[in-house]
Design a protein around this ligand. Structure first.
Ligand SMILES: [Zn+2]
Length: 257
């Protein structure tokens, strides 16, 4: 039997060397910034904690930026001093509580919003306090401050359980509505609940997004299923240090990142 030499179609097209896979970039996942006394899903950090976490990043010579900025820097072979900051769901407290801190620590972020729920609340979470979501003006205000606006789908549906029509609407229509709202192209998507499968990844890619954020996508990891690290109220400087180190050890290099 002939020895396996691997598939011939893995040779790079055009004779150019394939880009060397880099380590998966570190992307932090936040949701709400405010009072976290009643927080069953652990999605809230206080402004004090967020401020200390951003200060910790800066002390280590790191800076939090949007995922688009992080990936663009990585594509140039730069960005070793950058980490991605993401805020899911588009809570109203992003503008009042997070934005002033991002400004103060010279960071930016990506905000993943739900154009089907603008001005509404987190009705998809059965437990815990209702938290208001940004309305269209609030999203525009964040965009005007340099925050990248990405799509979190239309209404916070688990895409792995959505039928074909719903999947397409959540992914395609949310992108079109946000592009209209902000007047800018929408490059990023974020899977609601972090749940992702190959079908959802394909739908997101086909809809024209340049990248998508998941949480722990395992073998699906790639530009359209980026892992993220949950950063919460209990993440002091020491725990953040460990999370940062462990991320680099655990995540193997991936093609296309
Ligand atoms: Zn969400």
């Amino acid at each position: 039997m002939a020895a396996s030499v691997g598939p011939v179609d893995s040779a790079p097209a055009g004779g150019l060397p394939a880009p060397r896979p880099g380590p998966v970039p570190w992307v932090a996942m936040y949701h709400s910034v405010g009072d976290c006394s009643d927080d069953p899903y652990r999605i809230t950090v206080t402004p004090e904690r967020l401020g200390r976490q951003l200060a910790w990043l800066r002390r280590r010579g790191l800076r939090g930026v949007s995922v688009a900025e992080l990936l663009a820097a990585r594509a140039r072979g730069a960005g070793r001093d950058l980490v991605g900051l993401t805020f899911d769901d588009g809570y109203a407290d992003f503008v009042t509580a997070a934005l002033p801190l991002l400004r103060r620590w010279e960071c930016t972020a990506t905000l993943f919003v739900l154009p089907g729920r603008l001005g509404g609340d987190n009705a998809w979470d059965p437990l815990g306090p209702r938290k208001p979501l940004l309305d269209a003006d609030g999203v525009r205000r964040a965009a005007a401050e340099g925050v990248e606006i990405g799509s979190h789908g239309l209404t916070h549906v688990d895409l792995t359980e959505a039928d074909d029509l719903t999947l397409k609407a959540e992914v395609v229509e949310s992108r079109a509505r946000l592009a209209e709202l902000t007047g800018a192209p929408v490059d990023g998507f974020c899977y609601p609940y972090g749940t992702v499968d190959a079908r959802a990844v394909a739908a997101v890619r086909e809809a024209g997004y340049a990248y998508a954020c998941a949480i722990d996508p395992g073998p699906l990891t790639g530009p359209h299923a980026l892992p993220r690290v949950h950063v919460g109220q209990h993440d002091t400087a020491w725990r953040l240090y460990l999370k940062h180190r462990l991320h680099r050890l655990r995540r193997r290099p991936v093609e296309g990142l």
